[in-house]
Design a protein around this ligand. Structure first.
Ligand SMILES: [Fe+2]
Ligand SMILES: [Fe+2]
Length: 151
């Protein structure tokens, strides 16, 4: 059984909207882990995987817009890491739909490892820049989904 990601303070970037998105993505991944243990209903797994993929993609776009607005100097590398996730996930979804992945454990392991490592290292790396470097207090970020800090 794949180990679920347990949210704790280590994962908190300190930007409310981003943290909420990360929590939701982790929740969806954990639901996938639960499903894999109790159901052979591939449609249910497929639907949840799709929901996670769509939500995660929206988050990655939102985060990239935020980093762009804040002039984050490592945006290109960060966006490249996101791109890698998008590419792998698209392939994984395709594999599930095609029934090529008999045991979705490799998918779950990939998802858990990718998100855990990405939040703890890559996302945490922009924290100071966004919350202090670009003069935007965490609570001052727009909540309209635009990724635009309020001025
Ligand atoms: Fe990121
Ligand atoms: Fe993120």
């Amino acid at each position: 059984m794949v180990e679920k990601i347990q949210w704790d303070d280590r994962y908190a970037i300190g930007i409310e909207r981003i943290d909420a998105q990360h929590r939701k993505i982790i929740g969806l991944i954990n639901r996938l882990v639960d499903l894999s243990g109790v159901t052979t209903d591939s449609t249910l797994i497929e639907d949840t995987l799709n929901e996670m993929t769509i939500y995660a993609t929206e988050h990655l776009d939102d985060e990239e817009r935020l980093l762009e607005r804040c002039g984050y100097p490592h945006l290109d590398e960060h966006a490249a890491a996101h791109k890698e996730f998008r590419k792998c996930t698209a392939l994984l979804c395709y594999s599930v739909v095609e029934g090529r992945v008999v045991v979705p454990e490799e998918i779950l392991t990939f998802l858990c490892h990718w998100w855990s490592a990405h939040i703890l290292h890559d996302d945490m790396a922009y924290r100071d820049h966004v919350t202090t470097g670009c003069g935007v207090a965490a609570e001052g970020l727009a909540s309209d989904g635009s990724g635009s800090p309020r001025r």
